[in-house]
Design a protein around this ligand. Sequence first.
Ligand code: SF4
Length: 456
Amino acid sequence: MHRRSSNNAQRTFSIVSLGCPKNLVDSERMLGLLNLEGYQMLPRPEGADFVIVNTCGFLRAARAESLETIREMIRLKRQGQLRAVIVAGCLAQRDKEALLEQCPGIDQLVGVFGRDEIVKAADRLFGQLDEQRTLFRPASTRALSDADRLRLTPRHLAYLKIAEGCDRLCTFCSIPSIRGRHVSKPVAQVVAEAEQLAGDGARELIVVAQDTTSYGIDLDGEPGLARLLARLEQVQGIEWIRLMYLYPMHFTEPLVEVLASSRKIVPYLDLPLQHINDRILRRMNRRVTRAQTERLLDLLRQRVAGLVLRTTFITGFPGETEDEFAELVEFVRSRRFERVGVFAYSREPDTPADRLPGHLPEKVKQHRRDRLMEVQQPIAFAWNQAQVGRQLDVILDRDIPGQENALVGRSYADAPEIDGVVYVTGDGLSPGQIVPCEIVAARGYDMIAAAVGPPR
Ligand code: SF4
């Protein structure tokens, strides 16, 4: 264990964490490292010595949000409410020194692979080290540890990052150029982190990576997710394990068997498909066909009882014809996914798709996005409606201010932030508990429930 440096005891910082859960894990790791060195975390940037903006650089909209946040922090600095601004994460990694020119008020720039030296960047602010303003490291060939995190999620919920980077090269995606090649964390390292999170109060573990189903291929030459999950199943204190960012490949028989028979892995799978028309799947370089996708969906529906499938689609990909879009609409109508996210294609510089012919007007892309959501919404609502009268366990996330015995939680069918919630009434309940509930009503994407048994 690091010694707490008394020098830093008075030094305070705050953080704004943007982007996906994998970036959130990076934020929590940086907080943990600063905390171990005695830096004090404040809930808000105002009044802190420095703020870390952990940025997202994946899509144009995300970059705009990151830049706006950086500029806001620089404004606070100019107003004397803050001493310094550290910018970390994907936008820093993607744009590097160009970001310093774009936002001269930035004091330190820390790349994705320099994350574990965040203390060095902080120490520089206090003149303890060199004058440099950047901290970039080459992509790591071994997975960085995410131990000793200071968590930003509710205590009972934790994201577990099992790998970094991606080898897939989908033509619309810039993540491999930012986060590097796929690197899996050794099983023992993942299990140790899971045990630490359980020891710190986590009851729901949400397994994340860029490409979760490729876990272990770089370690043992074959898919290893099934073996890892069997080990995670043994971790004491963990009640629910939720799987996100599964690529529609490498669903080996052992993996399907683990999903079907597990007591802790909730029957909820996040399986981004992006499209279903074969020509578009090829232009996206997804390396799966419609037939393979349909066989996989049939297999999962058949083998995993009560399965809730979440997926995402992109509309308006370069060259997508009305007929190809109509095929996607029909696929969504017939396959009845319980949870769906739809994104209008975002043209990303330096991606192969950007150089493809046949880019569609923004209006058309958005219009197709809305049409697909119009088809999907009643399907999602109908699934929730069908739960009325059923008994489901609900994990309680937070109290509802000003309301006695009323909390907000989620069923197994709801991932945090991206799906609906369950409003629960019952006596003597508190966040972090898992309580058997009867679903008494559905309200669109959300459900209403009453506790019907003792929480655990
Ligand atoms: S699987 Fe495709 S979309 Fe996902 S991170 Fe990798 S390249 Fe990007």
